[in-house]
Design a protein around this ligand. Structure first.
Ligand code: ZN
Length: 251
């Protein structure tokens, strides 16, 4: 089974399209999404429609939750973007499918298990909101232990927008250190972050996703039209310009 794993799209339609086009050439059996379809980006409605159509399922991320219910612990730009995104679902021109979209968003789960695999947006401890940062592997042994205790064998997480593999040593490996492929070992647990489609934060501005195979995971980075999304953000007064500027830097 080959599963394309996408996460943290954040309303970035050009990035999502580039990733899906690449996935379509990879012979995958299905696509799943670890959440944060919404937030920051100017194409919330389009991205929800595509995820609903193309993904077998999606999790609920903190930004999806923020748009659907209430943005909590967000900075001003993120909060403003959440309210703006919610408005887009209410606009008359979108209304034909408004009910369907709200239903899709409200049925998103926060945690899914399939055999040895656990899927959450944030962390196994706090599925929507906790960040599992690469530096935690070095600096936070208790946190890592508690999190790995909740993992049977494999977990997939998003939320930090930083792709890579955590092992229960604990250790963290960015995809560049692995030549883009990590083969699972029988005697270890791993947590995989596919990175972010729509807002990478590892100083590489290219869209990120991963393909999960039976005994390994492959990471991919893709160029997309960042200027197109940044100019759309600039043209949307409710979305602050720096939300577009940061995309060029991957942070
Ligand atoms: Zn996110």
């Amino acid at each position: 089974m080959h599963t394309a794993v996408i996460s943290d799209i954040h309303g970035n339609l050009p990035a999502l399209k580039a990733v899906l086009e690449h996935i379509d050439g990879q012979n995958v059996d299905r696509i799943i999404c670890l959440g944060d379809i919404l937030g920051y980006g100017p194409y919330p409605v389009e991205c929800v429609d595509i995820v609903a159509e193309r993904c077998e399922w999606s999790l609920m991320g903190n930004h999806d939750f923020g748009v659907l219910y209430e943005p909590t612990n967000f900075n001003v730009a993120a909060e403003q973007a959440a309210y703006w995104s919610r408005e887009q679902f209410e606009l008359e021109s979108n209304n034909g499918d408004a009910k369907k979209r709200w239903e899709f968003l409200s049925q998103l789960r926060v945690r899914i298990t399939e055999g040895d695999f656990l899927y959450v947006h944030g962390s196994p401890r706090r599925p929507i909101n906790e960040y599992l940062f690469p530096e935690d592997a070095m600096n936070s042994p208790v946190k890592m232990q508690q999190i790995f205790d909740l993992v049977d064998k494999y977990a997939l997480v998003g939320h930090t927008h930083v792709p890579g593999i955590f092992t229960d040593e604990p250790d963290f490996y960015p995809p560049d250190d692995l030549d883009g492929v990590y083969k699972f070992n029988d005697d270890e647990k791993v947590i995989i972050n596919p990175g972010s489609v729509g807002q990478p934060r590892d100083l590489d501005p290219r869209a990120s996703y991963a393909i999960l195979d039976d005994d390994s995971v492959r990471f991919f980075r893709l160029e997309y039209d960042i200027e197109a999304i940044a100019s759309k953000i600039r043209a949307t007064p409710e979305l602050l310009d720096w939300l577009g500027d940061r995309l060029f830097e991957g942070r």
